[in-house]
Every structure is written in C-alpha cells, then in structure tokens.
Design a protein. Structure first.
Lengths: 200, 544
C-alpha cells in the first residue's frame, strides 16, 4: 500500500484532482455570488417598478430608486403613501413579507392630484421650479410660472417653497399621459439612461 | 357535401352556399318576430335633436359651428379626428335644419357607458337642405375617390363597433384583400334592424356592397346571413338576380343561426375558414368586413350624395305596444322613439341599449341615438331574468364549450379572483369578445363577463399608470443628469476663466454633439423613413 501511495504517478493524480476540485469550487462560488448580485439588482428594478415614481421623497429618500435600493437591503416597504394600497400589496408580494399597513409617520393615502399655479398671484421666484423633481414647471425669473399638467406627478414638493402660497393641489381622475405628449415634447429624454451610464 | 350544395343551389339559386364551421356559441330564443310585424318607419322630426360627436377622450374634436348658428340639413357641424394623421376624421352632419342651442356632454345610447360631446339643435321644422352631389355612375369613380366620399359622409361601422368605414377600406389599400364580407348575421336576440333593412331595401344594400367592393378592390365578395331569415334571403336573391352588371357576382353564404355568429372574427372563420390570430387584424389576413347597415349608408352616400344622418334601429320589448324598426335621425332621444311605439310606462322596468345579451342598461331615457345604436329595448319585469344567487364553480366546462374565442372561462375566472395579471393575459383575457355565452350557460349563475370586464379595466389602468411612472422616472433621471452637468460646467468655468471665448465655443460644440447623441439612432432612422415616405407620397400624387 505504502509504495503505491509514495509512487510519483499516484501523487501526481491526487494533486491534480485536488487542484481541479479547488478550482471548480471557486468557480461555483463565483457564479453563485454573481447570481446573487444579479438577483439583487433585478430585485431593485422590480421594486422600483412597483413604486409610483412620483419622486416625492415622503419615504425619506431623495427619489424612488434610492428607496427601492434601501428596501432591497431590508428597509420596511410600507413608507410610500402615493403608491396606495396597491404598491404596498405588490411590494409585500414581491418581497414575500406579511402585508403591513402604511406607516403613518410618512403620510396618508390620498387621491391623485396635480399642482396648479394661480398664475396671477405668481411672482416668478423660480423656487418651485427648483423643487420640482421632474422639471414639470415652466417659467423664468420674475416671469409667471405654470405647471405642465400631464408631466406633474402630484408630489407636493413645489407647494412648500412657494413664498406666496399660490400653488394648489387639485384632484385629478387618474394619472394619464397621451402618447403624443411624450413623442412631441421629449424626444431627447429617452436616452437618458444610456447617457447617464456613459457620463459616469 | 356537394349534394348539399346542389340542393342549396336548387332552392336558393346560383351563388348560394352553406357554411357550417362554427366554434362554440349558443342558441337563445330569438324574440325577433314582434318587431318584424310592421315595415320600417321613418321617424317624424322631433322638436329637439342632440347630435353626438364622440367622446372627448377618443379624439380631437373641432367644431365648425357655434351656439346660435342657423344650420341646414346635411351641413357639416363638427369633425372628430380619431388619429393625429388626419386619416380617421369622422364628420358629423345636421340631420335637419334649425338653430344650434348648446354644445355640451350628454348621455348617448351606446355600448361605452361614457358621455359624449353633443350638439343641441332646436329644429325649425322647415327641413331646408343643402344641395347634394349624387354620383349615380359610381363605376366611373376611382377607388380613392369613393373612399374619400365615404369619409366625408361620416360613415362609421353600423354594426356596433363604430370603426370608421373609410379607414377599414384604406387600411388594405396597399394590397387588395381577398374577401369582402358583408355581415348580415344579426345573431343577438331582439335585434332585427338589419333583417328589416334587407327585407325592404335589399337592392340598395347589394349596390352599396358593390361600391364597397370597388373601393376595396376585393377579389370575392360575400354576403353572409343566417339561414333562419327566409324573407331576407329571398329579397337578397331577388336583388342579386336583378343585378346585371358584368362584375364578379356576389356570393350568398348561409350560416347557422348561432349566437355570436355575427361577431367579426367568428364570422370570418365560419365563412372563409381563416382563424384570425390574437392581436391581428382581419385586414392582415386578407379579409375586410362591413355591416349591411354600413353598405346601405355607403349606397346613400355615393349614389344619392347623402351624408350619414340616420340609422336603422329596432325598438322592442314587452313594454311597447307596437315594437318596430325605425329609420331614426341621429340625435333623436330614446323616449321620443318609445312614445312612438306606444310605451306603457308603468310596465317598463328597464331600458336597454343593444341586444339582450351584450346590451347595457340605459341610465336615462333622454339618451340619444348615435351612429352605432342598433337596438333599444323597453323591457318589462317578466323579461328580465331575476338574478339568482351566485354559487361555486362546479367545473362543468359548459362555458369552455360555448366560448366562441376558444378561451377557458373558468380558468379566467379563477385568475380574475386572484388578480393574476400575467396569467390572465396569457390565457387570452383580451381575446374575450364579452359575448356573454358563458354567462348564459353557467349553471352556477356566476357573472363571468362582468368579472372579465372588471379585470380588463384593472389591467388597463395598471398599464397606464406603469407607463406614467416610466415617463416620470425618465424625467427624474434627466433632471439629475442636467443638474450634474450644470455643476460640472460651473466648476470648469471657475477653474479656467482665462481662455473663456475658446472654451465657450468648445463647450457649444460639445453640447451640440451631445444633443445629437441624445436622439437615438432608432428615432433618427424612423424620422428618415417617414420623410422618405412623405416625399414618395407627394411624388405619387403628382404623377396621378
């Protein structure tokens, strides 16, 4: 037995197989980790898709995507008032969690509404323009501003900074954008994702 | 089979054949005899007309008249553009002379329970008409002229879907369709408008069908009718015999009387054997279909020059003393027609627009006749099925047997209950034609169709909000990108202000090239293709 083990050929075979096994295991670990990363990424996109994209920041994050990332890392998913009950249910389903009611610290459910500027009262301070997360307000310094209604997400962020309180949130039946609005006004914006990747 | 064909041709004359291919379907009691007892009656002109233009959501409405304007019969009142390309414009004409009193939203006797923009017309009773331009020898007209005349007459599908007739014809403009099918199958209980029209004016319908054939350049044209309408078949046979033009003869196809045989896809399958795939349009399969009412309206529009200002509507139901068919002006209120039929108001339980299976309840009798109102029912209590309590699905499978779209209604029901959107779409929820055959046979009285309607609505709104959120996300990302760029620019301006003019020029060039990058290549190529097509079209027009 001993001479067989101490034979150089046997040692070579055992050594090679050990090496191969190690390499195989390492490769498997690598694959597993990559898959994990990928699922996490796709989980983020899926969570992000379930969020209403109003970019209102009521969850405490600057936008829906950061909140989606945070949810995927374990934050509670019941902090999104504009998404309504549907978003909560969808997220609970996605994350395989029990359904929890909306966290009252982050607001209450509300119907979809759109910001409307009382234009004769507007003093043209541009503060609401800077606050709008989706560039839906049009206007210049010391000139009247107006909200482009189909682009307004109803996030409320423009109401607070207005020094003369001339912005109302008015109930709207449902968010809807006509296809013509998209194609006519914003052919440029469709490649932003690609561009963002290129610039960073 | 050939023996049967021979037998059929002996009984019915040369071009008559039977078609027997049907999928699913039910055979409810027809209740058609009451309204067929009397001839079609043209309604007297009411004091007030409310002419529907269309729902505001469905298209761009441009009004051609204002409140207080005096209008004459056949005058164009408004145009609704259903598409931005201007090809699907549907004009609305004045049914009689009078003064415009209002332009507001009001209820229309229609399948889509939404309000439509309507023009109120106070009738002056003079019935002053504009001069019409008849084209009695339509065989001389090129097909594009026929299509544009049909479009100017404001004709839409009279069967119920209301798709602009000219659009259907121009859609298959590049390659001529193989079949033109005139749909005379009126399978729903109570409705007899098409049958009455064929009994009395088959000649004009056949002429209209010939015009449609000329406009669509179809190789074969077929009139499909159920075999349970002997009077209409005889009238059609007579009209086809009288027609001595040298063109390809019309074929008459008799189909079994089954509900819903008159549905577009089902009828195409029955007559031609072609099954239209989910998501495809019949014109992609070389078939174009028009209703007999449309064919009649086309005849009037071309040969007599009349725009579409009236339609044939059945009034029936046990609450009416004399149910009959009317040639009603568009914009006539439902209660005016009910009065003409001698309504017993105490007896009436419910007003229904459409047939008894696919129809909707009318919320108000003030609702007006529009171009797609084929039937109004004043139902008394004995006619309305008492709603029995819903019971659990016993998986009998009757619904799957009768489904004309070959769907699995009980599966769909289960997925609807759990709102499993992906499964619903995969199981073909959007191929459901909402015929109600499954409701009719369900032994557990489950309201299947209304469940599907709800699910469809839920999925549609969900898709719309997803579209919105995608758009908002893009806007948000673009804003962040913009802010980042502005910061960078501000920083670079600070660091090297010495070489300012040169830097500015460089920056402009850079910004320009970036802007060019913004517009995706796809968009650019699409624009180029569109421009090339436009130039080609212009050249073609010049050559003509």
């Amino acid at each position: 037995m001993l001479p067989l083990i101490s034979h150089w050929l046997t040692q070579l075979v055992i050594g090679t197989s050990l090496l191969l096994i190690t390499v195989f295991v390492l490769l498997q670990i690598n694959r597993y980790l990559q898959q994990q990363l990928k699922t996490q990424k796709s989980l983020v996109t899926r969570i992000n898709r379930a969020l209403p994209q109003t970019q209102c920041g009521q969850c405490g994050h600057p936008g829906c995507l950061p909140y989606a990332r945070s949810i995927s890392l374990g934050e509670a998913s019941n902090k999104c008032p504009p998404g309504g009950l549907e978003t909560i249910l969808e997220l609970a389903d996605l994350l395989n969690e029990p359904v929890r009611g909306l966290d009252p610290a982050h607001g209450q459910f509300r119907d979809f509404s759109v910001a409307v500027i009382r234009e004769d009262e507007c003093i043209g301070c541009t503060k609401c323009i800077q606050a709008c997360p989706v560039d839906a307000i049009l206007g210049g310094p010391k000139l009247m501003h107006t909200v482009i209604a189909p682009e307004c997400t109803g996030c409320d962020l423009c109401v607070e900074p207005c020094p003369v309180d001339c912005i109302d949130m008015i109930n709207h039946t449902a968010p809807s954008i006509s296809h013509t609005t998209i194609s006519h006004t914003t052919p440029l914006y469709f490649n932003t994702r690609k561009l963002l990747g290129a610039s960073s | 089979m050939s023996a049967l064909k021979q037998l059929a041709s002996r009984f019915f004359g040369g071009n008559t054949v039977f078609a027997r291919r049907t999928v699913g379907g039910i055979q409810p009691l027809p209740f058609k005899e009451h309204s067929l007892r009397s001839r079609i009656m043209s309604t007297p002109i009411p004091q007030q007309l409310t002419i529907p233009i269309g729902a505001e959501e469905s298209g761009q409405i441009s009004l051609l008249v204002g409140i207080g304007d005096q209008v004459r019969k056949y005058q164009r009142l408004a145009v609704i553009s259903l598409h931005t390309d201007g090809r699907s414009d549907v004009p609305v004409h004045a049914p009689t002379s009078g003064v415009i009193t209002s332009i507001e939203n009001s209820i229309v006797a229609d399948h889509s329970e939404q309000q439509q923009r309507c023009i109120g017309l106070a009738v002056d009773g003079h019935d002053e008409a504009l001069q019409l331009e008849p084209h009695s020898d339509y065989s001389q007209l090129p097909s594009t002229d026929i299509v544009s005349l049909i479009r100017d007459a404001g004709i839409i599908g009279m069967g119920g879907a209301g798709f602009p007739a000219a659009d259907k014809l121009s859609k298959c403009g590049d390659s001529a369709p193989e079949f033109l099918i005139i749909n005379a199958a009126e399978c729903e209980p109570y409705i007899t408008a098409d049958e009455a029209l064929l009994r009395e004016r088959a000649g004009k319908v056949v002429a209209g069908a010939k015009i449609l054939k000329r406009a669509s350049a179809a190789q074969r044209y077929i009139i499909a009718i159920e075999d349970t309408k002997p009077d209409a078949i005889a009238a059609l046979q007579q009209a086809l015999q009288d027609d001595t033009s040298p063109e390809t003869p019309c074929e008459l196809v008799l189909i079994p009387s089954k509900y819903p045989a008159g549905s577009e896809r089902q009828l195409i399958q029955c007559v031609t054997g072609r099954e239209i795939a989910s998501g495809q349009h019949p014109t992609e399969n070389g078939v174009v279909m028009h209703n007999v009412g449309t064919a009649y309206a086309v005849y009037e529009a071309i040969v007599e020059g009349k725009p579409c200002i009236s339609r044939f509507t059945t009034l029936c139901g046990k609450a009416l003393k004399t149910p009959k068919n009317f040639e009603a002006l568009i914009g006539t209120a439902a209660d005016f027609l009910f009065e003409l039929c001698g309504i017993e108001a105490n007896n009436k339980q419910m007003s229904i627009v459409g047939g008894s299976l696919m129809g909707n309840e009318l919320t108000s009798d003030k609702a007006v006749i529009c171009k797609t109102t084929n039937c109004l029912i004043a139902a008394c209590a004995s006619e309305i099925a008492t709603s029995k309590p819903e019971q659990a699905c016993i998986r009998c499978g009757f619904c799957a047997d009768v489904c004309p779209s070959k769907l699995l209604p009980q599966q769909l029901l289960a997925f609807s209950r759990t709102t499993d959107t992906t499964q619903l779409i995969e199981h073909g929820l959007f191929d459901c034609i909402e015929c109600g055959a499954c409701d009719y046979v369900c032994p557990s009285h489950i309201p299947l169709v209304s469940t599907y309607k709800k699910s469809k609505k839920v999925i549609e709104t969900r898709q719309q909000s997803l579209e919105c959120s995608d758009y908002w996300q893009q806007r948000f990302q673009f804003r962040q990108y913009r802010i980042k760029k502005e910061k960078e620019q501000a920083l670079s301006r600070k660091t090297d202000s010495s070489t300012k003019p040169a830097r500015t020029a460089e920056r402009t060039a850079k910004a320009l090239s970036e802007a060019a990058d913004f517009i995706s290549k796809e968009q650019a190529s699409r624009d180029i293709a569109a421009a090339v097509a436009r130039v080609k079209a212009r050249r073609d027009e010049k050559n003509k």
